[in-house]
Design a protein around this ligand. Structure first.
Ligand code: CP3
Length: 365
């Protein structure tokens, strides 16, 4: 088994005792970092960056060079999977993702297939290369997270062809032709499971399923069209590699009302957004899963003293942690960091999470 200098993140996900609350940030490598923007312009485009294992490795490490983060996350995107299915992904400048061949006809949907994993080779190569770059003299600095979109969230972009405020075309298909929507979701679930297993085999030490649009669904529809398929993916994952358990995190943005059901999905941890109270969530999910979250990313626009105050409030809201107890909290934002965030404010956050949580763990407060 390889050695990890700081495996606090993996221990927290598995609800084992830690000395402090580990943290990483969704979109920690991104446009709020000037060095990211420099590498991105060398690559020519976001996709140029994501498809080059050398450059993806470089930007993955950038936030870790600045701050004492407890995990690295593969630099890629959830939309690589539908792209490999032939939907034709592009990122129009300043407009977000677009698919050239959005799913609009029954024939297109029936023709959908699990992609050849070889088309995603560049992702697995990036994973292995990042692992090597994180390792010096046989010791890996922090664990590496792999990820994918949930079957439902991928379907949203595949049907709509782009982001949306109301997902009107996606939900129209879901309500009028549920059979076709279920077909897309079955193909997506198989694809995502194979994709995550290949990331694990390439060296990802934890995986996260981003269900960014599960919260757009009505109660009932969420269980049928989102959670059911996330559960399929989680059940098909390889859970051990290199002699270690590979924890899986399920993050449904807006998933607060369904945490109890999500805690029975096979995930080791649930990501939660900022609408959730961590202490109450902890009561709901009991000993079944760890929790990851949940600072509102816009807090990072406030002055440093206010950031410190809000970070401490999130840590305190999780509730008491007896000395040596398995707390099961990974600190994160409730959604991705904004591109307009002042980078130096992230340093304030990282320092406060480590200092305040060390005190909480020692005190066994
Ligand atoms: O967290 C990380 O640092 C890892 C990298 C990562 C990216 N996208 C890089 C990225 C991760 C984990 C994602 C996931 C992702 N991608 C999600 C799920 C998480 C969420 O935000 O809800 C979604 C919905 C996508 C799809 C996507 N990719 C959108 C909607 C956009 C445009 C919006 C935006 O922020 O510009 C992207 C582009 C994207 N993916 C960027 C980055 C750093 C910005 C692209 C750029 O550099 O121009």
């Amino acid at each position: 088994m390889s050695t990890i200098a700081n495996d606090t993140f993996l221990r927290a996900l598995l609800r084992q005792p830690t000395e402090f609350t580990p943290l990483w940030l969704m979109r920690q490598a991104g446009r709020y970092l000037p060095e990211y923007n420099a590498t991105r312009s060398r690559a020519g485009s976001f996709l140029g960056l994501a498809t080059s294992p050398d450059l993806a490795t470089e930007v993955t490490l950038q936030p870790l060079e600045r701050w004492d983060l407890d995990a690295a996350i593969l630099f890629s995107d959830i939309l690589t999977v539908p792209d490999a299915m032939g939907l034709g992904l592009r990122f129009a400048a300043g407009e977000g993702p677009r698919f050239e061949h959005a799913l609009r006809t029954e024939a297109q949907i029936r023709a959908l297939q699990v992609p050849e994993l070889d088309k995603l080779r560049y992702v697995f190569d990036a994973v292995s290369q990042i692992r090597r770059a994180l390792t010096r003299d046989g010791v890996q600095r922090v664990p590496l997270i792999g990820f994918a979109g949930s079957p439902w969230t991928l379907a949203c972009y595949m049907v709509e062809g782009q982001g949306s405020d109301d997902w009107r075309q996606t939900k129209t298909l879901m309500y009028s032709r549920p059979d076709l929507m279920h077909h897309i979701l079955r193909v997506n679930a198989q694809s995502v499971a194979a994709y995550l297993n290949a990331q694990i085999e390439a060296g990802a030490q934890a995986v996260m399923l981003f269900d960014s649009w599960g919260g757009a669904l009505a109660d009932g529809a969420f269980q049928e069209f989102s959670l059911q398929y996330s559960r399929l993916v989680l059940g098909a994952l390889r859970r051990e590699h290199e002699g270690r358990r590979v924890p899986a995190i399920l993050f449904t943005k807006g998933g607060g009302p369904w945490l109890r059901e999500m805690s029975e999905s096979g995930a080791d941890a649930l990501g939660v957004d900022w609408t959730v109270n961590l202490g109450r969530a902890r009561e709901l999910v009991g000993q079944r899963v760890a929790l990851q979250g949940n600072l509102d990313p816009t807090v990072l626009f406030a002055p440093p003293e206010r950031i410190e105050h809000e970070v401490r409030a999130v840590l305190d809201s999780f509730g008491p942690i007896a000395a040596g107890e398995a707390a099961g909290h990974v600190f994160n934002l409730g959604h991705g960091i904004s591109q307009f965030t002042p980078a130096e404010h992230v340093g304030v956050l990282v320092r406060t999470v480590h200092e305040h949580s060390r005190a909480l763990h020692q005190r066994g407060a």
